[in-house]
Design a protein around this ligand. Structure first.
Ligand SMILES: NC(=O)c1ccc[n+]([C@@H]2O[C@H](COP(=O)([O-])OP(=O)(O)OC[C@H]3O[C@@H](n4cnc5c(N)ncnc54)[C@H](OP(=O)(O)O)[C@@H]3O)[C@@H](O)[C@H]2O)c1
Length: 247
């Protein structure tokens, strides 16, 4: 897919990996819909950077775990640009807690943001892609879907669910020339990782990665771009993890 003039919706693009994806797609000529939940100011900063690249953008507040708010996000995208060609579901949270200490609300929130979010967004975006006779959907999974760890049952389950969702949807949408792929990042230097380990801890975490460092959000964004551009890739899960899945 050539991104020039295309319309891309990126959930959770006020910060971190989603922000990098929005900027990378904008650099390729796509008009972008920047979704935020709590970080309005950060989303506005991303919009400024998007405009500096000579393309259009809008910011939309929406908690994508909520069906009506996710529909609103898609409706606002269509109001601004007329259609949707690319959907990236990147919004996410992380938490480490043993299952016995995990409240129902914590379990529920994790599953809702990642998995319900995937359904809520795809459900409303797909009809526009069908009409366009082309589309690209990218989900953001995690290394933890394939290499789980203790204390993240909800996160690992949600991210593994996203992979199965991606593959099933890829088969369902192939006849419409809509491709569905997933990115599975390893440790990436964002607020999420810094919140877990602190700045020094992030460097230490990097030493456990075969390539000797954590990844950059831009490196994930480049991989997303490849999956969007290549018209013969669908149902794929691309690890961007510095070799972490191998150790
Ligand atoms: N960083 C890593 O090491 C890593 C590794 C594997 C997978 N991932 C995955 O990559 C994705 C992005 O992670 P990140 O590291 O970039 O995290 P981050 O820096 O903490 O950013 C999270 C983003 O998600 C948005 N978000 C959270 N809840 C939302 C909701 N209910 N509705 C809409 N947006 C919401 C946030 O928006 P607001 O700030 O506006 O609320 C923010 O833009 C997540 O799915 C994460 O699981 C990250």
């Amino acid at each position: 897919m050539d991104l020039k003039g295309k319309v891309a919706v990126i959930s959770g693009s006020s910060r971190g990996i989603g922000r990098a994806i929005a900027l990378t797609l904008a650099s390729e000529g796509a008009n972008v819909v920047i979704n935020y939940y709590r970080s309005r100011d950060k989303a506005e900063e991303v919009l400024k950077e998007v405009h500096n690249k000579g393309v259009e953008g809008v910011t939309v507040e929406a908690d994508i775990s909520d069906y009506a708010q996710a529909r609103h996000l898609i409706e606002e995208a269509v109001k601004a640009f007329g259609t949707i060609h690319i959907l990236v579901h990147c919004a996410g949270i992380y938490q480490k807690k043993p299952l016995v200490d995990m409240s129902f609300e914590e379990w529920d929130r994790m599953i809702k943001i990642h998995l319900y979010g995937a359904y809520n967004l795809a459900k409303h975006a797909i009809p526009y892609m069908v009409k366009n006779e082309e589309g690209a959907i990218i989900t953001v999974s995690s290394l933890r879907a394939v290499r789980p760890a203790a204390g993240i049952t909800h996160y690992a389950a949600a991210k593994a669910g996203i992979i199965a969702f991606t593959k099933a949807l890829a088969l369902e949408l192939a006849p419409y020339n809509i491709r569905v792929n997933s990115i599975a990042p390893g440790p990436i230097d964002t607020d999420l990782l810094r919140g877990l380990y602190g700045e020094e801890g992030v460097r230490e975490r990097g030493k456990k990665v075969p390539l000797g460092r954590v990844g950059k959000p831009e490196e994930v964004a480049e991989a997303v771009l490849t999956l969007i551009k290549n018209d013969f890739i669908t149902g794929a899960v691309l690890l961007v993890d510095g070799g972490s899945s191998l150790v």
